[in-house]
Design a protein around this ligand. Structure first.
Ligand code: ADP
Ligand code: MG
Length: 232
């Protein structure tokens, strides 16, 4: 279970080299609390700037919190040492970031292989099965031998989704996974997330696309760094 307890996060803005103005604090998250169980599918929808990406980064242990804490099972990921945060992240989460980078010198399939091996220590039959499954669901067999630098935005996004899901972790954190995709691919991603949920995964999806979110078991709305309503 992921427990998000009264999390506050600030950014400092305007403290640039060329700026004489005093830095300004942006309150990106202002007291967010939420539980996501292993078998939950939770979506958070909200306009750009409402704090969705900040929340995903915080759950992933990549963002310092001002106040509040986030637990995964009994482990606290906030305020833990970096190495420990990375370990928890690797063990529990498949993360689809809004902007993610592939290793450019390796093919798509090699990128997927590395992600799997990093989590499981080796390649095994389960890897091949998972690869076939994801490539089929995302219609990306033709991309596997390509180099990331040659791919379009939408193709890269599919690759990022496959890389996040290949290791088959307990939770999926997804930040705008459909941003660059054509409608058919959005439908594919939607179905894939639903199937992953049916296979017992906990999902936290944040998106401005309420159609993509509509399969979730619970849907919340985020405004100005707070969960403002429970839509479903
Ligand atoms: N790196 C950053 N530095 C300063 N302010 C940021 C940074 N990232 C996000 N913000 C601000 O934090 C708020 C929440 O941003 P974000 O979490 O990206 O929202 P969303 O994902 O919903 O679009 C916005 O006001 C945004 O401008
Ligand atoms: Mg965002």
């Amino acid at each position: 279970m992921i427990r998000i307890i009264d999390v506050h996060i600030d950014y400092t803005q305007g403290a640039g080299v060329f700026s004489s103005a005093p830095p300004e604090l942006v309150h990106a998250l202002r007291g967010v609390s939420l539980d996501i169980n292993t078998n939950d599918y939770v979506a958070i929808v909200g306009p750009s700037g409402s704090g969705k990406s900040t929340l995903i980064t915080a759950v992933a242990g990549l963002m310092p919190v001002i106040k509040g804490d986030i637990y995964i099972d009994k482990h606290k990921i906030t305020r833990a040492r970096r190495g420990r945060q990375a370990k928890l992240r690797g063990r529990y989460f498949g993360i689809i970031f809004q902007f993610s980078e592939m290793l450019g010198r390796f093919t798509v399939e090699e990128n997927l292989r590395f992600a799997y091996a990093a989590a499981h220590g080796q390649l095994d039959d389960a890897y091949q099965e998972r690869l076939q499954y994801l490539a089929k669901r995302l219609d990306m067999f033709a991309l596997l031998t390509a180099y990331p630098g040659k791919l379009s935005g939408g193709q890269l996004q599919k690759t990022a989704i496959a890389r996040a899901l290949i290791k088959d972790s307990a939770f999926i954190l997804a930040d705008e996974p459909s941003g660059d995709l054509d409608p058919e691919s959005v439908a594919r991603v939607k179905r894939l997330l639903r199937e992953e949920h049916e296979r017992g995964k906990g999902i936290l999806l944040v998106t401005h696309d309420s159609k993509l979110a509509s399969d979730a078991k619970s849907i919340f709305e985020m405004r100005d760094g707070q969960i403002s309503s429970h839509l479903k």
